[in-house]
Structures are given as structure tokens and as C-alpha cells.
Design a protein around this ligand. Sequence first.
Ligand code: BG6
Length: 525
Amino acid sequence: MNINDKLESTVFAIFGGTGDLAWRKLMPALFDLSRDRSLPVNFAIIVLGRSKITDDKLRYHLHEGVNQFSRRGMVQGEEWNQFARHIHYLQGDYQELQTYSTLADQCTKLEMEWGVKAQRIYYLATPPSMFGEISDCLGKAGLADDREQTRIVIEKPIGYDLSSAIALNSKLAETFDESQVFRIDHYLGKETVQNILAFRFANPLFEPIWNRRYVEYVTITVAEEVGVKNRGGYYDGAGALRDMVQNHLMQLLCLVAMEPMVSFDADEIRNKKVDVLHAVRPIHYDAVHQSVVRGQYGKGWIGGKEVCGYHGENGVAPDSQTETFVALKLFVDNWRWQDVPFYLRTGKRLTRQVSEVVIHFRAVPHQSFPPEASLDWKSSRLVMSIQPDEGIVLRFQAKHPGSKIHLRTVEMKFNYQETFACRSPDAYEALLWDVMKNDATLFMRADQIEAAWRLLMPVLEMWEVASPSDFPNYAAGTWGPEGAQGLLAQNGHSWPLPTELVHPAEPACEVHDLGEDGGVLKEGK
Ligand code: BG6
């Protein structure tokens, strides 16, 4: 195993470590970190679970997950064995203090072997309903006493609504200081999401135009082609607003709209992000229908295959009213963004998977070119492609070669894979590494979570009393309900089609004889 002797000795305890999250995400990420020499010399993973299994059986099971999900593909036996000897299994009931004292003993034993005190990370890969109780027990067992050396990691969903989020945050605060709590929103670990800050604040070029004077509107799309897969039970109780908007989309909004940070300090950045949430114009209960559109998919076609509607998915109630699509129009009431609409949308079973932020710039204040020169004029756009393509595209006008002046829309592209010649690490690699380094920049603070819930509560409350009358209202394989187009059309805006980053653009158009009409451009084959 590759090791790093500059990192602090670490015990990484995973509650619910025999489950899907550890199998698909945590263990492959830890393995990939080990390959990059990003784990300490003294490192142990204690997997906690209820099942009765041996260390060997657990390691075998985790090996399969790593083979499937490591970004390096299949892992050779010897390499796996070297990593796997750091994994230990601890069977126990999370409600019994005995489990925690056994964990404490194991940690002490490892520290004695290593001859140093280790930092302890408790990762709760359990259902959220157990977060409070586990946190309590960790406290009672004295496992959280050292504020510098212990951390707790939890994943969204953090609460089901504002009051449950406040209750959970208060419960955690009984045992842990806020600085010890790492709340994961895996979108923040994505390279392309982190790059939003680099792009905005490491270049003086765009910041001066990143405001209401130059930006007409912003669209943020997180579209999924997949349905609810095998998570129908969970999803049907959550819906798209809770599952995606409260967290991932709000985080993207914050990164796009925030003010420049003064330093790269975690709280400085998180303060700037929470300022955005505080500035979002509240959606009043009786205006929800004007600003928010919800949808649910019916059956349709994706990739040439017929797929069932939401009601046909496993674990979903046949008459479910849960939304699988949401589009919202928001305003950020501050000097920079006053009256610039931010349109957010997310949905399952849409035409294709694409996550992107698009900044739509205003038209030029005065058009000095002859009208026939700018027949296919389109406003300038900056596209930040988050996934599956990763990169940035700037669309602008250029003069088409030829004797007459004719403007044409062209694109400049930056593609991660081509530029850096490597695959971006999985979000969990970045996040787990940061937990070990005690860097909370990419994690959600309690006040951020609560501010995001506060904004969405009128929508949830309104939906609770006003059932949709038209579900399902979009066919799988489309871009969602018609209302989502209408939300933008009212202002003369439209959702952009996904920007192609990877596939080469169509061959340039040929210049035909530019006659008296100013010239006609024909698309090349
Ligand atoms: C999760 C949601 O947080 O994010 C899922 O619970 C969703 O419903 C997933 O599919 C999307 O993540 P990614 O990284 O695949 O875009």
C-alpha cells in the first residue's frame, strides 16, 4: 500500500459499513486514496455492522465493490491484500453502549501499537434516523471528548424539513462542537464544482462582468436519465425538492452567486455561501405556483428502450403524488444580482444526464452591425459543465470569414480530460481526504442547511395541501413538464440545450457566394 508519513495517524470507523454506501463509494475512495499515497502510515478502518461476519468475509465483499467502483478498475490481489489488512470488522448494536466501549478499546489498542494518539473519524453510513442516537452514544462512551482529534461525518438528507433539521443539528451539538461535524453534500466534492470558485476568483477576467449589469439570467440544470433505481422506498417519501434542490442545487447556486472570499478559510467561504441563501427572495406561500413547477414522469422511451412511469417503480405507491422533477425561479436580492432570475431545475428520467450552470449574458446595448450581418445572432453564454462532460464553454460572436461582414456564433472549449489527461477523482476521495485533513471548506454548516430548508418550506407546505392534479405530467425521456418551459418563457428566456463538450462540433459551415443579401451560410455536412 502507498502511504504518506506526513499524515496524522487515523482510525476511520464506519457505522453501517456493510451497506451500499461503503461498498460503492467509501471503500473505493479510500482504496484510491491509498494508491495516491494519501493515507497515513498508521491507518485503520473499523467497519461496524450488525451482521455476524468475519474480517475475511467482509474484506472479500468490499474487494468486489472496489473492483467495480474504483476509478482504477480491477484491483490486483496483492495490492488489495495490502490495503485490506487495515480493515477490521466490529459487530454490534448501535443502541448498546457496549458497542462503543468495544470501539474505544479497539482504538486504544491500535494507538498502543502505533505508539501515538490517532485522530478518530466516525462516519455514519446508516439511515439518517440513527444519526442522533449514534452521536449520543459516542458522547456517552467518551469517544467525542477530544475536540481536536475526533470528527463525525454524516450525509444528506440532513432533516426532512426545517424543524427536523434543527432538531438533528441540536442533537449533534449536544456531543460535538460544530467544528467537529462534517456534513457531506457529495456535489461539493466534484472537481468541476470546486472549479467554479477557481474559475471565478483565480481569474480577473470574469468577475467584473459577473453581475446584473452583464448577466441577464442564470440556469442551473441537474438532469438525470436514470429513474429511482432500487431507492423507490426512500425517494417516494422525499421527492426531488428534498432529494436534490435543498442540497445539491442550492450549493451550486451559492457557488455561482457568492461574493469573493477574502481567504481560503473554511468559515470564510461558508459565510459567503450562507449570505447568498440569506439574500434569496423568499417564495411566498401564495406565490409558489408562479415560481415553482413540479412534475412526475410517466412511461416513455430512453435510449431506444421503453421505460415504466414513476408509479411502476419498485417501492413507489401506485397513486404516489411525489414529484420527480422541480423547476424554480429564484432571485438573489443584493447589489450584484437584483432582479436577475436564477432558474434551477432537476429531474429524473429526463432526456439525458447533464449537470451544467449556464450564465446567459445580456445583448449588446447597441447593435452597430447591419441587421443582415447578425441574422443568427445569439447572446453570449458561459457554460460550466459539471457532468458527464467536464469543462467550460464560452459562446460568443465572431466574424465569419468572407468579404462581407457576417456574424456567427462560435465556441471556445476547455475540457478537463483533454487538458489534464486524467480522470477526475471521485467526489468522495476529495471529501474523505478533507475530513482527514480537518478541512471543512467543502462541508455544509448547520446554518447553511437550515437556511436552505427555510427557503423551501413554503413550497413544501403549499404542496402538502395542494395535490397536483396532472401527475404524471411528463413522459420519461423528455425535458420535463411544459410548465418548466413556461417559467422562463414569461421573461423571454429558455432552458439551454446541453452543451456538447466532448464530441467535436459540426464541421464549419461553408461560405457561399455572399451576394447582395449579405450572404447565406449553409451548414457543412
Ligand atoms: C443523490 C440523490 O444525492 O444524488 C440521488 O439522492 C441522485 O437521487 C444523486 O441520483 C445524483 O448524484 P450524481 O453524483 O450521480 O449526480
